[in-house]
Every structure is written in C-alpha cells, then in structure tokens.
Design a protein around this ligand. Structure first.
Ligand code: CA
Length: 380
C-alpha cells in the first residue's frame, strides 16, 4: 500500500508540474508571439529602406539654386541613418526644367526642386509662394509661411495636384538686372526688350517695355547679339558665373520684381504620406534647413561677387530712379488685382499675404529698416 501511495504521489506531482508548466506556457506563449510580431511590424515601417528620385529646374550643381536640393538630400540621408536616400537629377536628366510639377504630381518621381511662380498658368495664386513685385523679403516670407498660415494655404492649393509643398531655399533680394541702355526716366523703358518672366513681365509690358521669356542658357547670346536689351537673373553670385558683364554695360538695383524668391521642394503626396512619422519629420526639418541655408549662402557670397564685377570687370552699378520704381509699383497693384479677381482661392491667398505683409512692414519700419538706416547714418 505504501509503495502504491508513493507511486501515486509521484504521478500526482508529475501531473501537477505538467499542468503548471502548461499553464505557464499558455500565459507566456502569446506574449512572446506578440512581442515578435511587434518587432517585425517595427522593422517593416521603421527600418525599411526607401529611395526617392528628385528632379530639379536647374542644371546639376548650379551655384545656389542647384546646391539646395543636394543639401536637402544629404541632410535627409544623414538624419535617417540611410533609411531614406534621394538621388538628385539636374534639369533635362529626367524631365525639362518646367516639367517638375507634373512629374512629381503624376508620381514619375517622388520629389522636385523648383519655383511655385512657374505654375502661374494653371494656378494664378502660385506666385504668392515664390515672390511678387514689391512683396515681402526672405525673412518676411518665412514668417508668413511658418507663423502666418502661409504654408497651410500652400498645401491646400497643391493638394488637388497630389503635391505636398515645402519651402526649399530663398535667394534674398535679387538685382533689377543687366541693361545695355541707361534708365533715367520712364521713357527709357519704352521699346526695351527684356527677359523678365512672370507678373513682373506683365508689369514691364504695361510700362512700355517688351517682356520676353528666354531660357537661362540662351541669355548670354541673346544679350550679345541684341535679341534683348536687358535681362534679370538672380544676383551677383549667380550672375557673375553667367558672364553677363561681358555683354551688358549696366547692372541695376534693387530687384523690385523679386524681393525674396522662395524656392519649393514638392513631394508626391502618396510618397510623403507613406513615410513613417519620424521620416516625415526628417523631410520637413531637412527642407527647413535647406531653405535657410540657401539664403545664408547668397548672403555670404553676393558681395564678394559684386565687388569682383565692379573692380575687375568695370561693371557700372546703378539704382533705378524713384519715379520709375513708383510707376512700376502702381502697375503692379493693378496687375495683381486683375490676377486674383474671380479666383476665390487666389483672392483668399492674396488677402492672407497682404494682411501679413502690412503688419510685418509696419514692424520692420521700426526694426530692420530703422536699424539699417541708423547703422548707415552713424557710418557716414
Ligand atoms: Ca530672377
């Protein structure tokens, strides 16, 4: 009996141990499985490597404009630890300079670097996101975009085209351009053939000139052969490399027509939305860094280039007369009023832009402008 009892006790203990182990397994097993699934899901969304193609409106590596997309791509790759890589293509390597909007919109490429004012034909409000004549400076534009509701309006405008826009660089105040005729009065604009695109081109036409649009690569020859009498481009740093000083006598300022042109990084909306949250933030932050970096580069390099143009190449630097500037401003107001009339979206964006501009201009009269005037006054 004792032996039997002992055997029964051993069997009972073994069965109990099995029951306890099974119970532990039942409790533990799903936890392990769930943890593994989480880890795998994490790998799928966070560790997957993504590659984007970026097409641009500039020749590859073009000073200033062409370095911004490279800066953006480099930052994205470094910040993401190589999880999102971007290959940058110059104009015409994939699509022509003005094919960027459509190529990103239809998903042929995931991202592009270009300027919103090129899309004025399909979107009358688009120029407000680059620059308008006598409009806001780079500092003021960035304030409107990031703290004045501008970027939200921009995203609303581009959403039907499957695009997610980001500010991607700023040239700062441009130069009025290269002229082979001196501009002393309004009469000097009459019959003047000038390469000046966009809204400013329309203003220039109404002021008596003839605005023509010529691709950057043909400008030098057009000035040299007299096809045009004048051209605007960007500023000294870019203009010096174009060689305009060899074919035009006078270099005029200020760039009334482009007081702080914002470039754009446009991302295909599906491609952007498919990114995990951390990569979305990386794209946003890298664009913001590239946006500021371009302005810093132009600010740092423009003066040295201007001095070289004047001192080594004998360029005559001239300011547009007050009367000419005032007349161009009056026409600009008319052209912009006509441009937005009847387009609800453009009217809304113009209202936001101009309300913000009024406020920032009022404050800049007692800050940036007052300080720069005071600094010049004490140096005189
Ligand atoms: Ca320009």
């Amino acid at each position: 009996m004792k032996t039997l009892n002992l055997q029964a006790l051993i069997i009972l203990l073994l069965v109990s141990a099995l029951v306890v182990l099974s119970a532990l397994y039942v409790v533990k097993a799903p936890v392990f499985v769930a943890a593994d699934e989480d880890a795998l899901a994490g790998l799928n969304t966070n560790q997957k490597r993504i590659h984007w193609k970026m097409t641009t409106s500039w020749p590859k590596g073009f000073p200033g404009l062409g370095t911004a997309p490279e800066t953006f791509a480099r930052h994205v790759e470094a910040m993401s630890g190589g999880r999102l890589t971007i290959t940058v293509y110059g104009a015409r390597e994939i699509v022509p300079p003005l094919g960027v909007f459509d190529a990103v919109s239809n998903g042929s490429v995931e991202v592009g670097h270009t300027g919103a004012y090129y899309w004025k034909g399909k979107l009358p409000a688009a120029p407000f996101f680059t620059t308008i004549p006598f409009g806001m400076t780079a500092q003021e534009m960035n304030a409107w975009l990031y703290y004045g509701g501008g970027i939200e309006l921009w995203r609303e405008l581009y959403a039907p085209f499957n695009l997610y826009p980001l500010a991607g660089g700023n040239t700062g105040v441009q130069m009025a351009g290269w002229f082979n005729r001196e501009i002393k009065t309004l009469d000097d604009l009459k019959g003047l053939k000038m390469r000046i695109p966009g809204i400013a081109g329309e203003v220039f036409n109404r002021a008596g000139g003839t605005a023509v649009n010529i691709a950057g690569g043909d400008l030098y020859t057009s000035l040299k052969t007299g096809v045009i009498d004048a051209t605007e481009w960007v500023g000294p740093y870019n203009d010096l490399s174009m060689g305009f000083h060899e074919v035009a006598k006078y270099y005029y300022y200020p760039g009334w027509h482009e007081p702080g042109s914002t470039l754009e990084i446009i991302v295909n909306k599906q491609a952007f939305e498919a990114l995990p949250e951390d990569l979305k933030t990386i794209v946003e932050v890298a664009a913001r860094a590239a946006n500021q970096d371009m302005l810093d580069e132009y600010t740092a390099r423009n003066n040295a280039a201007l001095q070289q143009l004047i001192n080594e190449h004998g360029v005559q630097l001239k300011r547009l007369p007050d009367g000419v500037l005032k007349h161009l401003k009056r026409i600009t107001d008319e052209v912009i009023a006509e441009m937005v009339a009847g387009d609800a979206e453009a009217e809304k964006i113009y209202r936001s832009y101009s309300q913000f501009a009024e406020g920032v201009k009022a404050y800049h009269r007692v800050s940036e402008k007052a300080y720069i005037n005071a600094r010049d006054m004490v140096e005189e």
